[in-house]
Design a protein around this ligand. Structure first.
Ligand SMILES: [Zn+2]
Length: 612
């Protein structure tokens, strides 16, 4: 059933200081459009436990006939709609000001109700599977209320061949909690227990270091501050390299165990099976990345030249190139984003403008206690809200364009799909968001030709590409190699992991970047993403699909914009790769990844011209 779109990224922005109470009402998310008053929310929260409990009456009765299945699905949908709406509200309320105690309380209550709901409706899929495909297909034909179920059942039965006996399933289910240990251990160690040596500014002042401090320090123009900050950050992880390696190794062994227990031929196949993505998509990404790595070498070389340093170091990768950054107020951002997306038609841009300027979809500015980063969240029945901490610059614009990509994707899906298919996977989500960034960048590069503006724009674009199209594919290669070693029965020591990571980065950095093999080698330990099996590659395929699709539209392929809108309207009514084929891109071929590299090469070329 449909789920709330949960925050799927955290794009770090500057921390702000003003209290929540200082933010103008018109700049806050439209809470009252979801629940007129907090008392209404609380009344709904009080009513829901009985509503959820009533669902249990359907348990054990689905096999009675198509009418019983239809009645159960309808009751479940109503409950899911109400609980997810309650949850979406609490998610926003809590994250716009984490110091607000009512928000903490509501978020806790909503999370509890959500868990209760999932527990209560757990009978649905096993009972449908027990009825059998043939009988259900007949019921779908005879009962009009079940006609919508086609894709849902296909996906359910597709996965059945990897479902074990009830007894084995129960045992595997019991492992979920103890198997979550490595991830939380890594999280506690790196976020709480690690002690960082202070960094030092060029003037000799000490700078306090922690996880978040490095994210800010790396864009500091002071090279000494960046160098000492980077060394402190990496050295803190190196000090626990054996613990962290053993911990990651355990997580990989658990993945191998799970894949084998369910009869997958590899961890990769098992992980991608979940979204019905063939392993060729992963291999295409990695192979095409390797083939195009000289484009990255060109970028390091031009960055070295622009910064005027003899050798580029990893801590120079985020160093600012622009000195005169354009100021971009929120309303200007909305204008430029609309202009960039004009090829999608007036309906798309009118909706976007209404959401940003009239209906208050966006909680715009930073305030004390607001969660850093940005996300899009909402459910059918609410606006597709956005939380961001807008800064008056091109980064603020880019983040807003990205989140609006998610929100318009949600909006169009909700308008066109039944509730059952109102959600979509990360695999397609990151196409819609990156698509908006690609279109808006393309527009601005063409229309704002002033040198400082171009440099600032390219700098923002390259920071984005670096994370999602350099770091993420490199981590994906690391994941593949480490999993394959465990699958072959080899061990993984800290020395092995660091050597592998250093080799992969050396290939990506080429001649222009100095590789301190210990400090670069420990990079794997700084990404908690690696505890979510084969997750990061989807960011790189997302950016690839996005640029391939933007390229079709900007290149004037007939019908390209309409194809893309069909994709946005599809939600989860199609498998991810099928939905993307509808838009005109086939990720089982190398072409979309090549297309993204062509865009990247074009940006590097512009930079070579600007810094000639
Ligand atoms: Zn996103």
């Amino acid at each position: 059933m449909g789920r709330v779109r949960l925050p799927k990224e955290s794009l770090v922005t500057d921390t702000a200081v003003q209290p929540r109470s200082a933010i103008a009402h018109e700049h806050t998310w439209n809470a009252e459009s979801a629940f007129p008053t907090v008392a209404d929310w609380e009344a709904e929260a009080a009513a829901l436990p009985a509503e959820i409990a009533a669902l249990a009456a359907h348990e054990g009765h689905l096999a009675d006939g198509p009418a019983q299945v239809a009645a159960a699905l309808e009751a479940i949908e109503q409950a899911v709609r109400r609980v997810t709406k309650l949850f979406a509200y609490a998610l926003m309320e809590h994250n716009v000001d984490t110091t607000n105690e009512a928000g903490v309380k509501h978020f806790g209550a909503a999370t509890g109700l959500y868990g209760q709901l999932l527990g209560t409706i757990g009978f649905l899929d096993p009972e449908l599977l027990a009825i059998g495909r043939e009988t259900l297909d007949g019921w779908v034909q005879s009962e009009p209320k079940l006609a919508v179920l086609g894709q849902y059942l296909d996906n359910l039965f597709r996965r059945q061949k990897h479902v074990r006996s009830a007894e084995v399933e129960q045992l595997l289910g019991m492992l979920a909690d103890p198997f979550s240990g490595p991830r939380s251990t890594a999280n506690f160690l790196t976020s709480t227990d690690l002690v960082f040596k202070p960094a030092t500014s060029g003037a000799g002042d000490a700078i306090a270091m922690n996880q978040a401090a490095w994210d800010h320090l790396r864009t500091n123009p002071d090279r000494e501050a960046r160098r000492t900050g980077w060394e402190s950050y990496m050295d803190a992880h190196l000090a626990y390299k054996n613990t962290l390696a053993s911990n990651l190794g355990t997580s990989i062994k658990q993945n191998v165990f799970n894949a084998r227990a369910r009869g997958y031929e590899s961890t990769l196949a098992g992980s991608l099976f979940e979204s019905n993505v063939p392993v060729a998509v992963f291999h295409n990404l990695v192979d095409t990345f390797r083939k195009n790595v000289p484009t990255w070498h060109r970028y390091w070389a031009i960055r070295r030249k622009a910064l005027g340093v003899e050798k580029l170091h990893p801590y120079d990768i985020w160093a600012p190139l622009s000195t005169n950054r354009p100021v971009v107020p929120y309303k200007q951002s909305v204008e430029w984003i609309s202009a960039g997306l004009a090829p999608l038609g007036k309906e798309y841009t009118d909706t976007l403008r209404r959401g940003c300027l009239e209906e208050r979809w966006v909680d715009i500015y930073p305030n004390l206690g607001k969660t850093e980063g940005a996300f899009s969240a909402g459910v059918p029945g609410t606006h597709p809200f956005i939380l961001t901490s807008y800064t008056d610059d091109l980064l603020g614009l880019s983040v807003l364009a990205h989140e609006l990509g998610h929100s318009l994707h949600s909006y169009l899906t909700w308008q066109n799909q039944p509730f059952l298919y109102s959600d979509y996977s990360l695999f397609v989500a990151e196409v819609a968001s990156n698509f908006n960034q690609a279109m808006v960048r393309g527009y601005l590069l063409q229309h704002n030709t002033e040198r400082d503006f171009q440099i600032a724009l390219l700098e923002e674009a390259m920071t984005n590409f670096h994370r999602y199209f350099f770091i993420m594919p490199t981590l994906a290669r690391f994941e593949l190699e480490t999993h394959q070693r465990v699958e072959r029965g080899q061990g993984l020591t800290a020395t092995d992991l660091n050597a592998l990571m250093a080799d992969l980065f050396s290939e990506g950095y080429g001649e222009a970047v100095h590789v301190d093999r210990d400090r670069v080698g420990i990079t794997w330990a700084t990404f908690g993403h690696l505890y979510a099996d084969y997750y990061v590659y989807q960011y790189a395929t997302g950016i690839s699909g996005a640029h391939a699709l933007a390229g079709r539209i900007l290149g004037g392929v007939p019908g390209a914009a309409e194809d893309y809108l069909k994709f946005l309207r599809a939600g989860s009514s199609l498998y991810p790769l099928e939905a993307l084929k509808l838009a005109g891109v086939d990720l089982t071929t190398p072409e979309p990844v090549e297309a993204a590299f062509r865009v990247l090469a074009g940006m590097v070329e512009r930079m070579e011209g600007l810094f000639a």
